[in-house]
Design a protein around this ligand. Sequence first.
Ligand SMILES: Cc1ncc(COP(=O)(O)O)c(CNc2co[nH]c2=O)c1O
Length: 409
Amino acid sequence: SDALDVERIREDFPILQREFNGNQVVYLDNAATTQTPEPVIESISDYYRNYNANVHRGIHQLSQEASIAYEEAHDKLAEFIGANGREEMVFTKNTTESENLVAYAWGLNELGPGDEVVLSEMEHHASLVTWQQLGKKTGADVKYIPVTDEGYLDMEAAEKLITDDTKMVSVVHVSNTLGTTNPVGELADIAHDHDSYIFVDGAQAVPNRPVDVQAIDADFYAFSGHKMVGPTGIGGLYGKEHVLEEMEPYLYGGDMIRKVTYDDSTWEDLPWKFEAGTPNIAQGIALAAAVDYLEDIGMERVQRHEEQLAEYAYDRLTEEGDVEIYGPPADDRGGLVSFNVDGVHAHDLSSILNDHAVAIRAGDHCTQPLHDKLGIAASARASFYIYNTREEIDKLVDAVDDARQLFAQ
Ligand SMILES: Cc1ncc(COP(=O)(O)O)c(CNc2co[nH]c2=O)c1O
């Protein structure tokens, strides 16, 4: 069948065999970070065991092997997201650093009083706080595209908010709280009609569905390796080559220079101009192994699997009538559900679920302003990935029922 083989996949994740309080772990916190399969773990060990060396400069065999592997990882990630090549694929620590890189390397030099940055009300703090603070430093105004009651962006408002004063639109591709997929291609068209750049936060999209940054026509696109079965400490910033060429470096030092004199310096080619100092070499190489792992499954299958689980979870969680789920309908959301159970605080719920070895997230999911807008202090969030099953969602629902009984008394 065209479905992915979950049982086969689960064999690659020994952590899923762990038991707490006599219960096998049910890991449903994938929007926070995903688990790491054996081939990716092996990729890291293999590097340190057999060809650990510093990159870009060494002429000895080990350095050449490490350099080639690290540089070719850029090619693989570029291809995975539809970029033209490594020149458009900067490796960063994570999505947060990618947002900050553009805010400081571009925003600090280009924004000033009278300029505007347009965000959405559902942005993650990685985008929202970064551009909010950059507005304060530069005098640029920050505006927010409203989110409708159904959890979608108000596109009529977006058309009005993005004007010739807008210099940057920064929007999330898939919301980590609502599960909403935003029309980022349409937003890119609107931004470009006004000569504005668009930055797309793809932290919850690159791991979960096919992404083609050129089809979107994004000027910048960010993602994190640890959310796509890769290690922590590695992420990506896509930038159109001509845009990155025009940008000043973000961090200065070794590897990012071409010629240094006491008076001035010149810069390396892309993407190395934006990768100062010794990079996270093993993590970059392992991120390429993560792409191999996901591509072996197929991103359309990944997306379909996750979205079917989210729809099932939505339907099961709402059976009792005392659960509110935030965001779009069951059949129009990414692989997550954020919810609250009447009379049970999200933190209490997650604690009781933990007694059942069910791992979910409770809190504001780094979208505090959105929670304020929803009128809630916190929400519980279950997020699904390639190794989750319907049976695990049934365990989630049983544990929620246990909490309901406990708090309903
Ligand atoms: C939409 C979105 N943007 C940016 C980030 C930041 O990624 P990082 O730089 O790798 O940390 C996250 C991580 N989201 C979450 C991290 O933990 N729970 C979450 O929902 C995210 O979901």
